[in-house]
Design a protein around this ligand. Structure first.
Ligand code: ZN
Ligand code: ZN
Length: 380
């Protein structure tokens, strides 16, 4: 019985060459023995290779479409390229393409010893005062720096890199296997040189061949005015030096703003709460508000209600971009006196009376429930 080569690749009978190629690459990536050592996967890998061999060849595909099997012994193909035929059925290039994308093949070879370094991130805690107006903050970073003994080369003084004998400097070793499906060419990074193509016969004693050493560095980072919690400041090339002394990555300083005792921040606006006595709210008063950087006289108008807000323009955080500042919002709480002496109580009752406001006298022993009862019984 003919095998379902379309089904093996998961494509339809009408699939274009491109679709077949894509489907094959996708599966080859998952099933390649270097990636997936599972024996079942290896069987499948053979299957998809067979399917690709057949479906990527117009003549063989035609045989399949006519119900035959070009790979079956005597299955109708017979010509060159049949089982055990000459030449690899799936080129080395195809497998490499499946792994590295179309651009592979060209320019592959030993991987460079010198590679770019990694970025680093550092958390910096600042007070509101500092995020608002900027600061020059000292920081220490644990990072990799260039090894000054070998200046990144990794070799001891007076010695040099040697070409890897195992791979002849190519950084990879190829093996050709003949299987019942044809010959399979595969390439693996050379384990002797880790794919570099060179070895270090005498490593630098300071960095052991890495070309960089770990150290603690002290820097000063200039924090601009108006930064916000969570923002990152990039210090170009202050991150880790790469292996082999490669270009340093960047250092990101992440701002964390400590909560302020008085002000809460929303964007560039600040908010705070101020409590004024009931009498001040009723009669009006002048407050002095201590802002982040000044003292401002603020008038509380007579008859101010609890929850009112006063806005002090441009007393918030300076804008990071552009000019100007956010505003400061002062939320007013009105404090009702909690303990009145006899005189004060009498005056307040009189005050209420002059305003025609009815104030029930709470009986000394009457709690909440007796008041409720009185309310229901009509005693107000
Ligand atoms: Zn060194
Ligand atoms: Zn090697």
């Amino acid at each position: 019985m003919a095998r379902d080569y379309y089904g093996i690749l998961g494509v339809s009978k009408g699939a274009s060459d491109d679709e077949i190629k894509r489907a094959y690459r996708k599966l080859a990536r998952q099933l390649h023995p270097d990636v997936n050592p599972d024996p079942e996967a290896q069987e499948k890998f053979k299957d998809i290779n067979a399917a690709y061999e057949v479906l990527s060849d117009d003549r063989k595909r035609q045989i399949v479409d006519l119900g035959g099997d070009p790979l079956a012994p005597g299955g109708g193909a017979g010509g060159p390229g049949g089982p055990g035929g000459a030449g690899p059925f799936v080129g080395f290039q195809d497998i490499m393409d499946a792994f590295f994308g179309g651009a592979a093949g060209a320019g592959r070879g030993p991987r460079p010893r010198t590679r770019p370094g990694a970025d680093a991130i550092l958390r910096l805690e600042l007070d509101l005062q500092e995020t608002a107006f900027g600061v020059e903050a000292p920081i220490t970073v644990d990072t990799a720096v260039l090894c000054t003994t070998c200046t990144g080369a990794g070799t001891a003084a007076g010695t040099h890199l040697a070409t890897c004998e195992a791979c002849g400097g190519r950084g990879e070793v190829q093996s050709v296997q003949r299987t019942f499906l044809g010959q399979v060419v595969s390439a693996r990074p050379c384990t002797v040189c880790q794919g570099y193509g060179t070895t270090i016969p005498t490593p630098c004693p300071t960095c052991a061949g890495d070309g960089r050493v770990r150290t603690r560095r002290s820097l000063t980072v200039k924090i601009p005015a108006g930064v916000e919690d969570g923002m990152r400041i990039r210090l170009a090339q202050q991150g880790e030096v790469g292996p082999g002394g490669g270009t340093a990555g960047d250092l990101y300083v992440e701002i964390h703003e400590r909560p302020h005792d008085v002000f809460s921040r929303k964007g560039d606006d600040l908010h705070c709460r101020v409590t004024v006595p009931m009498t001040a709210a009723a009669l009006g008063t002048r407050l002095t508000i201590k802002t982040l950087d000044s003292e401002e006289p603020v008038d509380v108008k007579p008859g101010t209600q609890p929850g009112s807000t006063l806005r002090l323009r441009a007393r918030g955080v300076p804008h990071l971009r552009g000019t100007g500042r956010g505003d400061l919002y002062v939320h007013l709480d009105v404090r009702t006196p909690t303990k009145l002496d006899a005189d004060q109580e009498r005056m307040l009752r009189e005050f209420a009376k002059t305003r025609g406001e009815e104030v029930a006298e709470l009986s000394k022993q009457g709690g909440f429930f007796s008041r409720m009862r009185d309310a229901f019984n009509g005693h107000a």
